[in-house]
Design a protein around this ligand. Structure first.
Ligand SMILES: [Mg+2]
Length: 258
């Protein structure tokens, strides 16, 4: 898409899984390329749909791989949900999710109430202890008027050894079916994460390039936000479709930005 102008780009917004690392290993060329982006003056942000991820933990993982990161560079769908609650008129929330989502939502400064008690919002993310009782309580609250917020709709996510395991979307689907209500989604492919990252950087979405390995989440999210997008083939996608900017690894993005 030739109308995109590399000279306007100020920030590189990177997906993590399949773009920066795969499991416990850095993706090919990722370490050198991210150092190079920073050396050339680009701001870096890491955007992950994993609602359980916490900035300190992601930062430590990246630093261990030799990849530069600071906690303020990390944005998860859980943190985006917290910002959504903060910006809403809600006062109380409950959630289905892991410890990391709970910590992120606590930063909204709204009051958490136990699942099943009247709440203004119910946030649903990945939860490996999800069960029938949580499903019952969450769908009761939502049917009782709580706003249903989903961190993301990813049906599965890649696990070690190439396995696919159920993602937040599988749990969200159960709650949507039981409550008869469709959620408001804050994670990718919705534009909120990119808009939040740009706003915290003080730049317009048109000054950011969103980089990821999935067309249906990363690229769709960047497009929805009005950013330039770049597909890498280090994750789940095998080829760059016509009209889409992209390359085998992050390395080629450096030359495009030059
Ligand atoms: Mg990915």
């Amino acid at each position: 898409m030739s109308h995109f102008n590399p000279e306007s780009i100020k920030a590189v917004l990177l997906d993590l899984d399949g773009t920066v690392y795969r499991g416990s290993e850095a993706c090919p060329d990722a370490v050198e390329s991210i150092h190079e982006f920073i050396g050339r003056g680009f701001a870096i942000r890491y955007l992950t749909n994993n609602s359980a991820a916490r900035p300190e933990q992601i930062t430590q993982k990246l630093l261990n791989l030799g990849i530069p990161c600071e906690p303020s560079w990390v944005l998860s769908s859980g943190m985006t949900a917290a910002q959504f609650l903060k910006d809403s008129l809600h006062q109380t929330y409950s959630y289905i999710g892991e410890v990391g989502l709970g910590e992120s939502l606590a930063e909204s400064e709204l009051s958490e109430v136990p699942l099943g008690e009247p709440a203004d919002a119910v946030v649903v993310g990945i939860c490996r202890s999800f069960d029938y009782e949580k499903l019952r309580l969450a769908s009761n609250s939502i049917r009782g008027g709580a706003q249903f917020i989903a961190t993301n709709l990813d049906p599965t996510y890649p696990f070690e050894g190439g396995a696919l395991i159920p993602g937040a979307g599988s749990i969200v689907a159960a709650v949507a079916t039981a409550s008869g209500v469709n959620p408001l989604v804050v994670g990718k492919p919705q534009p909120q994460m990119v808009l939040q990252a740009c706003s915290s950087l003080g730049i317009a979405p048109g000054q950011a390039i969103v980089v990821g390995d999935r067309l249906d989440t990363d690229i769709a999210c960047g497009v929805a936000a009005g950013a330039t997008t770049w597909l890498v083939l280090t994750g789940v996608t095998d080829e760059v479709p016509p009209g889409q900017l992209g390359s085998k690894t992050l390395q080629e993005l450096i030359s495009w930005l030059d």
